[in-house]
Design a protein around this ligand. Structure first.
Ligand code: SF4
Length: 450
């Protein structure tokens, strides 16, 4: 069915002119243009695959975006149309659009895949955003490793079909919090790169980069925007649920021999998405959803959960930026959590009390529980008490995320934690499982120094 027929069947006005290509019919939408060789899709190949962007007049695309129900895929799952309308309404000065591909989460790889393999889909989405908001400048915020790909993609567009906006490329620091909205603005403004500031979301939308209204939008979200602009809200809603329409890119660790990035239909049970039979699930002792700012969930609950942010919140966590890690039996969950918490402690900006003092105490306590349980003063209950001391007290949500990561681990792996206290550490010899950037993330005791 062509795009114009699709839009009529869903009550949306749809794209203003007919797309020259048919929309993807299956679950593979963003990934349907990704090759298997890992190479970057050229601008010519991109136009062959997706056709030219339709010309949406003024803010009309924001209506379409609201009809689509698209939510932000950077981790917050905030309604995108509402965010854009907010910025459009506060246009005392021309806004800035930031395509955010920082992806500081070590367990996620989907933003990197999009930027390096289908950069024109992301750039198209940023152009649509700029036109809808009346912005003349787009900042592409990516790690140093992706600067060359993005720069060459921008140059190729300028040669063949110049965009109506100017692009700047800004390097995202290699930090866990680099993609946090206020940290992105700090980086682009050239002050305290990668460091969150206490502003509140509304303030960034009103006064962000250079004091202008600023849209910071994750690159996957922008790639979805590029397809909605071509094929309309009705097509977008053909997959997913009413509140969480469409698909999501998910970085899966522990299901196959190597981590894999898949495109999943929102609302389908996670076990079905992963093709995991109940027999195979017995080799999984717990599931991490949402990465290191997310939380652990019991395996059966996670696999039965419809893959949406709403369902994850009912289980006390988030799907975040689409990170799923299946912890195999045989790994020590407490040593995994300890390694990650030590890493996260080092990622705080050191400007608020909970990060300066609280996270160090939590990292020490988790390390003791994992490797020297007899030295944990106050026993197991000491750790939730420490979590309570940092929760809700930082200028950003980093301490809350660390506390959720720890609390959920103590719930899901409660038997394992009790066994460490009562009988000493387990004898797991499994290699570290959860991915971390190179560096030393176990500064107190390691399994070898038990
Ligand atoms: S809570 Fe931590 S990471 Fe967040 S702003 Fe304060 S010091 Fe920085």
């Amino acid at each position: 069915m062509r795009a114009d027929a699709l839009r009529r069947s869903n009550g949306s006005d749809g794209p203003p002119n007919r797309s020259s290509v048919d929309p993807p019919a299956g679950v593979a939408r963003l990934l349907s243009g990704v090759g298997t060789d890992g190479g970057t899709m050229t601008h010519e190949a991109h136009l062959d695959r997706w056709g030219h962007l339709p010309e949406w007049r003024g803010a009309t695309f924001i209506d379409e975006l609201e009809t689509s129900g698209l939510r932000g895929h950077g981790g917050a799952w905030f309604p995108v149309g509402l965010k854009w309308r907010d910025i459009r309404a506060s246009r005392l000065r021309a806004p800035i659009v930031v395509a955010n591909g920082a992806e500081g989460e070590p367990a996620s790889g989907k933003d990197r895949l999009l930027i390096e393999q289908v950069p024109h889909l992301v750039l198209d989405g940023a152009v649509v955003a700029a036109q809808a908001l009346g912005a003349s400048r787009v900042v592409v915020h990516v790690p140093a490793r992706s600067v060359r790909t993005v720069t060459s993609a921008i140059e190729s567009r300028q040669q063949h079909a110049p965009d109506p906006v100017g692009f700047d490329v800004v390097v995202a620091p290699d930090r866990f919090l680099a993609g946090q909205e206020s940290a992105v603005v700090s980086t682009v403004n050239g002050r305290n790169p990668g460091i969150p500031t206490f502003t509140g979301l509304r303030t960034i939308r009103e006064r962000g980069v250079d004091g202008r209204p600023t849209l910071v939008q994750n690159v996957e979200t922008l790639a979805h925007v590029a397809l909605i602009a071509r094929f309309g809200a009705g097509w977008f809603r053909r997959i997913g649920t009413h509140d969480s329409p469409g698909t999501a890119l998910v970085t899966v660790t522990g299901r196959w021999s190597e981590p894999r990035i898949i495109e999943a239909p929102l609302g389908v049970p996670l076990g079905q998405i992963l093709g995991l039979e109940s027999g195979e699930a017995r080799s999984v002792q717990g599931v991490l959803l949402g990465g290191y700012g997310g939380g652990w969930v019991a395996t059966a609950d996670a696999l039965a959960m419809p893959f949406t942010e709403e369902a994850a919140r009912l289980l006390g966590t988030s799907i975040g930026a689409g990170v799923v890690a299946l912890l195999p039996t045989g790994a020590c969950p407490l040593s995994e959590v300890s390694r990650v918490v030590t890493y996260l402690e080092g990622q705080g900006a050191g400007q608020c009390g909970p990060c300066v003092n609280g996270l160090a105490l939590l990292a020490t306590a988790m390390n003791q529980l994992a490797f020297r349980p007899k030295s944990l003063r106050g026993g197991l209950s000491a750790i939730p008490t420490l979590c309570g001391l940092v929760e809700g007290r930082g200028a950003c949500r980093h301490p809350d995320g660390v506390a959720r990561f720890i609390r959920s681990a103590l719930q899901v792996f409660s038997d394992h934690a009790a066994a460490h206290i009562q009988r000493g550490i387990c004898q797991s010899t499994a290699a570290p499982f959860l991915p971390l950037p190179p560096g030393r993330h176990s500064r107190l005791a390691t399994p070898r120094s038990r």
